[in-house]
Design a protein around this ligand. Structure first.
Ligand code: DQA
Length: 146
């Protein structure tokens, strides 16, 4: 049976494609989901792909992933910069979590330079546009092999 991986997306990522395409690229979240499923097949992962605009829902999904999945790739969106709740949720689960961002948050506004979740994830991938999802899944595959 394929190992389950949750790919979690935070606020405003449902608007990808029309949201600041110069920063985030032209792909929709649905395009990215399709790419994740294709790559997931190759890597032996069953992809559970979700998006919410609500912080607490991300907490619920992280806890659920802790029970059901071998790993999580998460783009927490703006909650990356503010959420102690996400930090705590990631700390509370025993599976690897990879944080990802489409944009290079360090090359943008100062308020994006700090991520509350980075200290508690296995690693961070950022700045490669939609390809950041691909790289995050490959990183998880690597971690799960070792
Ligand atoms: C983002 C970067 C965040 O700063 C921003 O709030 C987002 C998207 C990214 O993928 O580049 O919503 O996480």
């Amino acid at each position: 049976m394929a190992r389950k991986v949750f790919v979690l997306n935070g606020p405003n990522l449902n608007s990808l494609g029309k949201r600041e395409p110069g920063i985030y690229g032209g792909k929709t979240l649905s395009d990215i989901e399709t790419d994740c499923r294709t790559l997931g097949n190759e890597l032996g992962f069953e992809i559970d792909f979700r998006q919410t605009n609500h912080e607490g829902v991300l907490v619920d999904w992280l806890q659920e992933a802790g029970d059901k999945a071998v790993g999580v790739a998460i783009n927490p969106g703006a909650y990356s910069h503010t959420s102690i709740a996400l930090h705590d949720a990631i700390r509370s689960i025993d599976i690897p979590v990879v944080e990802l961002h489409l944009s290079n948050i360090h090359a943008r506004e100062a308020f994006r330079h700090v991520s509350m979740v980075s200290p508690v994830v296995a690693g961070v991938i950022l700045g490669f546009g939609p390809n950041s999802y691909d790289l995050a899944l490959r990183a998880l595959a690597d971690i799960c092999e070792n």
